[in-house]
Design a protein around this ligand. Structure first.
Ligand SMILES: [Fe+2]
Ligand SMILES: [Fe+2]
Length: 169
């Protein structure tokens, strides 16, 4: 991915803040449709991380553009196909959207890193890229689980373990 050369550094950071807010919002929307306690905890973890990223980016913005107001763009840089209305999509489809958004974020931060000149900012953006990559794999694991156990997110606790214990003579 290459960022448009028309984007100024403060716009790159503002777009990044917007995409972190959207990411936290998407995971929060998935939470509304999930009952599995374990999955809720994983979603809380993802929301916690995306909110942390937002704070990191806001700090970075403040350091680079002191006194300048951080104005979030109406839309993030995500492709239109990933800007979904969570109410209309199923949980598996939302996870697949999140997966693509995480991949996009990983690549976006690498491109943003290339656009920054100072070593500290470059390191932070590389860190963010790597964390989004870890989210990608976390979300992929959930998709794999949902494919094998499609109803698991609809119940508070899965009793598979207990059922297995009772298997036998
Ligand atoms: Fe993030
Ligand atoms: Fe993420």
């Amino acid at each position: 991915m290459k960022l448009s050369s028309r984007l100024k550094p403060h716009e790159v950071l503002a777009a990044a803040v917007k995409s972190e807010a959207d990411a936290a919002g998407l995971y929060a929307a998935i939470k509304e449709k999930v009952r599995s306690r374990l999955l809720l905890r994983k979603l809380d973890f993802l929301i916690f991380e995306e909110k942390k990223h937002r704070r990191i980016l806001e700090t970075l913005f403040g350091q680079h553009f002191p006194g300048q107001a951080l104005k979030l763009p109406a839309l993030s840089l995500l492709p239109a196909s990933l800007r979904v209305n969570p109410k209309t999509l199923t949980v598996p489809k939302l996870f697949r959207t999140a997966l693509k958004a995480e991949k996009f974020s990983e690549e976006f931060y690498l491109a943003a890193r290339a656009s920054m000149k100072d070593a500290a900012s470059r390191k932070i953006l590389e860190y963010l890229s790597r964390v989004e990559r870890s989210h990608y794999f976390l979300v992929q694991s959930e998709i794999d689980l949902l494919e094998r156990f499609p109803d698991s997110y609809k119940v508070e606790e899965a009793h598979l373990g207990e059922d297995l214990v009772h298997v036998g003579p």
